[in-house]
Design a protein. Structure first.
Lengths: 431, 334
């Protein structure tokens, strides 16, 4: 009996000590909602690898954030909204921030995270009106929103048509989900403003079959096609566009429809396809050199390391960098390295990624500078256009970073967030 | 001819071609159901696994490379730069036959005489297990599949039809993807070969005997197990063809397994036990959904009606003809 009690006691002590050690070593929790399996895995994996490699590099190079190691438990969502919410519930205790990587999951988490006091950061996706920090205290979507994206794409088309697109036809091919429907409102407003006709063409999940959609395009003959796609939908759309000989330089995807995965299956047919982006492709940045030195060369790369420098991997690096920077800012504001989720939110709201700060972090010329504030959780609203070169198999930036139509976008954000505030009985803040 | 009529014909043609692609998946379901009464939920994953394996062989990828490298600290990724298509397809066929043998040994053998629902559940488990094995073996990146089948709009058809429109009308010819034309030719060859095989070979007759009555077939000395291996192997071969066609269109990725959902309404409409039913059902679903999407879809606020419209068509058939157009009539004798 004594031996049994002794064994139980020893086991309990070991568990208690190891839990304490774990807490002490890894006390900044950045849970990751990932999709490394299922239909959207080809997009989810490189993005998640970017996050993990960056966190590992910060832990190895800097000993964590202000001396506090980053803990980054993964929870597999399979890009399913319900599973994403379960992942949130499982991991929300002591979590600094959630990056849902799905607009559907983000919509579900907005009221929950607001009630729980947990920061949600949907980088360039999610609910656009969450850019209004006066209403959405806990939600951030910097550096650019879908409504900015829609107006930047239209601005690019305007530029290519000498500022006049009256009477032109623009089609939107979109994933028939919360994500894909997000730009419709902005495009409808812009179509009234500029006099173009808008064709809406939804594609159901997963988008493996799009013949009818592209027959409609062939019949309707739009001058330009915009795409809000994800996963296999992007590949099939680009291949279908090439197949019906739609001019690829008039086909523009949002930043989630512009990775190497999307264009490679179409081969030479994808040459000239354009997409928006808020970060640069390639691996010639200081952050890549640091990841190589502190992570990859030590055999610690996430996955097989083959996604290093790809568009979605780089986006993961950028997203992770902003999240880490928010923790650094929070530590400075509150004068302690052991920040709470509420302190972390303050950090996110005061992130100021100037060109100088981006350079210090190893991201010089990687993305345009932006800063958050109490009123603005949507960042700079800047994005550029990149174009695929099928011969060299490379994305090339063909424009400077540009703003969208802030007059239209800000008005829509104000309207939508006001409506949400009334529904949820939220009092506006920021004085 | 008016441009509207030409557009209508174009929609019908493309619907027929899409239907053939659905039929390619449905054929595999029918074969297994006929021979063993099992609704193989894993048929879509079979197509995915075959396509992954084919690209793996083509590009010389080391199977389970990630796992091996993780366990042994090695850095193996490729055996060789590339393999000719013919040998890669041959090796994939061998792999699919081996897979059929493994499934018979590990799953089916232990479930003889179980209720069909148990066998169905087993195939659900098989689908998820096989998807996991496929991921471990070949990784989940999007892979480019090229076995030399041409794709893109048919220039010949475009030029041949451009003159059909009334003079002065703004029409630039009819569109059909060459890949779909190839799929049609391959589907015809497949169906004819299957018909000849089951009609004129000893094994084919044994296969039909098993399909008609397991007990009777056993009593005349037909080995149920070898027939099951054979049927699953043939179905694996059909899955490979479907995987090649769909993979060429979209790249090989895990969403390919969802093409099984496209085959379901085809099966309900054509019948679970008829090979011609799978073809005719596919064509009807293909044409029906494309016409619905293009000519009715605009009246729905959300659009994108083709996916559920296929199931509505199937449901209507189910109400009036539960066994499908060509399926065996269900007679229960008390």
């Amino acid at each position: 009996m004594r031996i049994k009690q002794l064994l139980i006691g020893m086991t309990a002590s070991v568990i208690a000590v190891s839990s304490y050690v774990e807490m002490a070593i890894a006390d900044l929790k950045f849970p990751m909602l990932v999709y490394r399996t299922g239909a959207y895995a080809p997009n989810g994996i490189p993005n998640a690898d970017g996050f993990v490699d960056y966190y590992k590099m910060i832990n190895a190079r800097d000993g964590g954030i202000g001396g506090e190691k980053i803990l980054h438990p993964e929870c597999e969502t399979g890009y399913k909204t319900q599973v994403g919410v379960e992942c949130y519930e499982k991991n929300k205790k002591d979590a600094m921030v959630f990056q849902p990587m799905s607009t559907g999951i983000t919509y579900q988490l907005i009221p929950k995270a607001t009630a729980d006091g947990v920061t949600v950061y949907s980088t360039g996706y999610g609910r656009t009106s969450a850019a209004n920090g006066k209403v959405f205290k806990w939600i951030f979507n910097a550096p650019v929103t879908y409504w900015d994206g829609a107006s930047i794409a239209v601005r690019h088309i305007l530029k290519n048509n000498l500022g006049n697109i009256k009477g032109k036809k623009i089609a939107l091919v979109y994933h028939n989900s919360a994500y894909g429907k997000e730009p419709i409102r902005t495009l409808q407003t812009l179509s009234k403003k500029h006099g173009f006709k808008l064709m809406l063409l939804p594609v159901d999940h997963p988008g493996q079959e799009q013949k009818a959609t592209w027959l409609k395009i062939r019949k309707g003959r739009p001058d330009n096609v915009l795409m809000w796609g994800w996963g296999v939908m992007n590949q099939v759309a680009i291949k279908s566009a090439a197949s019906i000989k739609f001019p690829m330089d008039k086909f523009i995807g949002i930043w989630w429809s512009g990775s190497e995965n999307d264009v490679l299956p179409a081969g030479q047919g994808a040459h000239g396809y354009k997409s928006l982006t808020f970060n640069a492709p390639g691996s010639n940045y200081q952050v890549h050199a640091d990841i190589k030195k502190y992570v990859h060369d030590k055999g610690e790369a996430s996955g097989d390391g083959s996604h290093f420098g790809t568009v979605l991997y780089n986006r993961g690096l950028f997203q992770a960098m902003v999240q880490v920077e928010a923790a650094t800012v929070a530590q400075k504001i509150h004068g302690t390295s052991k920040i709470t989720p509420a302190m972390y939110r303050d950090g996110m709201e005061n992130v100021n990624l100037s060109a100088k700060r981006l350079e210090e972090l190893g991201f010089k010329d990687f993305a345009p500078p932006f800063k958050n504030s109490c009123e603005n959780h949507g960042g700079s609203g800047l994005a550029a256009v990149q174009q695929w070169d099928a011969k060299t198999k490379k994305w090339n930036m063909i424009t400077e970073y540009m703003y969208g139509d802030s007059e239209v976008v800000q008005k829509l954000i104000a309207e939508d967030s006001k409506k949400y505030a009334a529904e949820q009985k939220i009092a506006e803040r920021c004085g | 001819m008016s441009v509207e009529l030409l557009n209508f014909i174009e929609t019908v043609l493309n619907g027929l071609m899409s239907g053939v692609m659905y039929s390619l998946v449905a054929l595999g379901f029918v074969l297994i159901f006929k021979a063993s009464g099992v609704f193989n939920f894993a048929q879509g994953v079979f197509a995915l696994f075959a396509a992954l394996t084919l690209v793996g062989y083509q590009t010389g990828q080391v199977p389970f490379a990630h796992l091996i490298n993780e366990l042994f600290g090695t850095n193996y990724h490729n055996w060789y730069a590339s393999m000719p298509n013919f040998f890669a397809i041959l090796l994939t066929m061998v792999t699919m036959i081996a897979l059929a043998w493994i499934i018979e040994r590990l799953v089916l053998k232990h479930l003889v005489n179980q209720d069909p629902i148990i066998l169905f559940m087993a195939t659900i488990g098989l689908a998820f297990a096989l998807e996991g094995v496929g991921d471990l073996m070949w990784g989940s990146d999007v892979k480019v599949l090229d076995v030399g089948i041409p794709s893109g709009g048919s220039i010949w058809l475009e030029e041949a039809t451009i003159g059909l429109a009334a003079e002065g009308s703004d029409y630039y010819g009819m569109y059909v993807d060459v890949l779909n034309i190839w799929a049609t030719v391959i589907a015809v060859i497949l169906v004819v070969s299957l018909a000849l095989f089951s009609q004129y070979t000893k094994t084919g007759r044994a296969l039909r005997a098993v399909a008609d009555d397991h007990q009777a077939a056993l009593s005349v000395g037909i080995s149920l197990r070898s027939i099951w291996i054979l049927v699953w192997a043939i179905s694996g071969f059909i899955a490979m063809v479907a995987g090649i066609m769909w993979g060429t269109e979209s790249g090989v990725q895990f969403s390919l397994s969802l093409i099984a959902l496209k085959a379901l309404p085809v099966l309900i409409l054509g019948g679970f036990t008829s090979i011609p039913g799978a073809i005719i059902g596919g064509l009807m679903i293909g044409v029906g959904e494309k016409l619905a999407e293009i000519y009715i879809g605009g009246y729905f606020e959300t659009g994108a009606i083709e996916n559920w419209f296929a199931y509505v068509m199937a449901l209507v058939f189910l109400l009036f003809r539960p066994q499908g157009l060509f399926g065996d009539k269900i007679i229960e004798r008390v």
